[in-house]
Design a protein around this ligand. Structure first.
Ligand code: SF4
Ligand code: SF4
Length: 331
């Protein structure tokens, strides 16, 4: 287990007492690469239009084999960067839908207005993809500060388009939005707001002002990694922020953290317990210490081969208050 080089932070592995163990794997989260049409300040992937890392055809084929081979997989969750920008996006969607899996696409929505991607809303609807889209605030100013000028208006236009196709109303066309708080500027930290109350505020504001609707709001805590970590370090509030998260540690969240039942896969086919470990380059391993890959899983013919989850001090971000995951608060 990994500690964040600080004398002041109580290491996460000491806090949890027993190592976190893996449960039956039901979710495959695939990161198709780091290319994105945006370059948001909070991005833990550090994605941008300049990044070139992406899924190779060989790994894409291995992933399709994995999807077809294991009926226990219920959900294929496609993320990036902007996953839609990778050539493997549509082959993976179609393989997973054919195998009757739920498919989630983590979309930034603004991609709908980039040249060559205008067909995406209809494609999402035709394949009944569950769309999970970041809208870090319901107010324009806050969104444009985090994600870039014009992103708010483009996101609203994209939601209008999805609504026209049935998203938010048709039970088979689910659109969820993601809130993440602004990164703190000083050492006055606060926990992510209560998901249910914030969802009501979002729904009312967006309906009244733009006549748009969505299904659920997911509230997410900023984990102190990637660009967020650099930012906090520049402001000299990195350690106080981790300590703040630690002081709000909630043991009840441990049963629900997303690493328990998912495998996170990078564009090279390496396997991690979650997307955050992927970004921090902490691979999942077999009990003998060998790092896991998609190729190894196909050879072994078993998805449930990891005993202990690799944890680090940023896990306090998933376990503070009501908890946090790619599906919002945990309890
Ligand atoms: S849209 Fe998402 S992947 Fe792209 S830069 Fe922003 S946070 Fe990162
Ligand atoms: S960062 Fe969160 S999801 Fe990842 S290993 Fe830690 S607790 Fe689990």
């Amino acid at each position: 287990m990994i500690s964040l080089n600080s004398n002041q932070i109580n290491p996460f592995f000491k806090k949890v007492k027993n190592p976190l163990n893996k449960q039956k794997i039901t979710v495959l989260q695939i990161n198709l690469g780091k290319r994105c049409n945006l370059a948001c300040t909070h991005c833990h992937v550090e994605a941008s239009p300049k990044r070139t890392e992406e899924l190779s055809p060989e790994i894409c084929q291995q992933l399709i084999q994995l999807i077809n081979r294991f009926p226990q997989l219920e959900t294929v969750d496609l993320t990036g960067g902007a996953p839609e920008m990778n050539y493997g996006f549509k082959p993976l969607v179609e393989a997973a839908r054919k195998a009757k899996k739920e498919v989630i696409v983590r979309s930034n929505l603004t991609i709908f207005f980039e040249e060559g991607f205008e067909d995406l809303p209809e494609y999402f609807a035709k394949n009944e993809l569950r769309v999970v889209a970041s809208l870090p605030c319901y107010l324009e100013d806050n969104v444009d500060k985090q994600r870039g000028k014009g992103v708010y208006n483009a996101s609203i236009r994209a939601i209008q388009k999805l609504n026209q196709l049935g998203y938010g109303n048709d039970p088979n066309l689910v659109l969820d939005l993601v809130y993440n708080p602004p990164i703190p500027n000083n050492n006055k930290f606060s926990l992510t707001p209560e998901q249910i109350n914030l969802e009501k505020d979002y729904k009312t504001f967006l309906k009244d002002n733009f006549d748009v609707c969505f299904n659920k709001l997911f509230t997410i805590t900023n984990l102190p990694i990637g660009r967020t970590k650099q930012y906090l370090q520049n402001k000299k509030i990195y350690e106080p922020y981790v300590q703040f998260l630690e002081s709000n540690y909630n043991e009840q969240t441990l049963d629900y953290v997303m690493c328990r039942n998912q495998l996170s896969i990078d564009y090279l086919g390496n396997i991690y317990d979650c997307d955050f470990n992927q970004m921090e380059n902490i691979p999942a391993t077999l009990p003998n210490g060998e790092p896991l890959t998609v190729e190894t899983l196909l050879k072994i013919g078993n998805l449930d081969v990891i005993n202990d989850i690799k944890t680090a001090d940023y896990c306090y971000g998933c376990t503070a208050g009501s908890g946090s995951s790619c599906g919002g608060s945990l309890i």
